[in-house]
Design a protein around this ligand. Structure first.
Ligand SMILES: [Ca+2]
Length: 135
């Protein structure tokens, strides 16, 4: 079994539906991988086209338990006086990335567009990298 670090570079999103009725929304992203959760900073007032440019790391194993090798990214709108609104969700499947990383020591998915559920034109960009510990 290969044990390593899965890195996700959260780049930007485009064409999100604006969920804030007062003006431009304040998008942030909750990233989940196999029970681990990370949260991005809030792109205050950036509305439909936020940029984050932040890197997150997760512990990853291949082959690990279960077959759900996926990163789930929930895009939310931060609200001050009410609970945050759900904007959209994207899933990145990393099984191939981990499999190649386990074989070669490391592997990369270059910056890629991912569809955000609920609408065709929503796009989310990210970059993923997996490297084994000790390599
Ligand atoms: Ca807001």
């Amino acid at each position: 079994m290969a044990v390593g670090i899965l890195e996700v570079f959260l780049v930007s999103a485009k064409g999100l539906e604006n969920k804030d009725f007062l003006g431009n929304m304040d998008p942030y992203v909750i990233i989940q991988y196999k029970g681990q959760e990370r949260e991005s900073s809030v792109a205050r007032g950036k509305g439909s086209n936020p940029k984050w440019r932040e890197k997150f790391t997760f512990k990853a194993e291949y082959p690990g338990s279960g077959d759900d090798y996926k990163l789930v990214l929930k895009i939310m709108d931060k609200d001050t006086f009410s609970s945050d609104d759900f904007v959209g969700q994207a899933t990145i499947y990393v099984k191939d990335l981990l499999a190649i990383g386990a074989e070669e020591g490391n592997a990369e998915i270059h910056t890629t567009k991912h569809c955000v559920v609920n609408a065709e034109n929503w796009r989310y960009y990210s970059w993923c990298y997996f490297h084994q510990k000790g390599m």
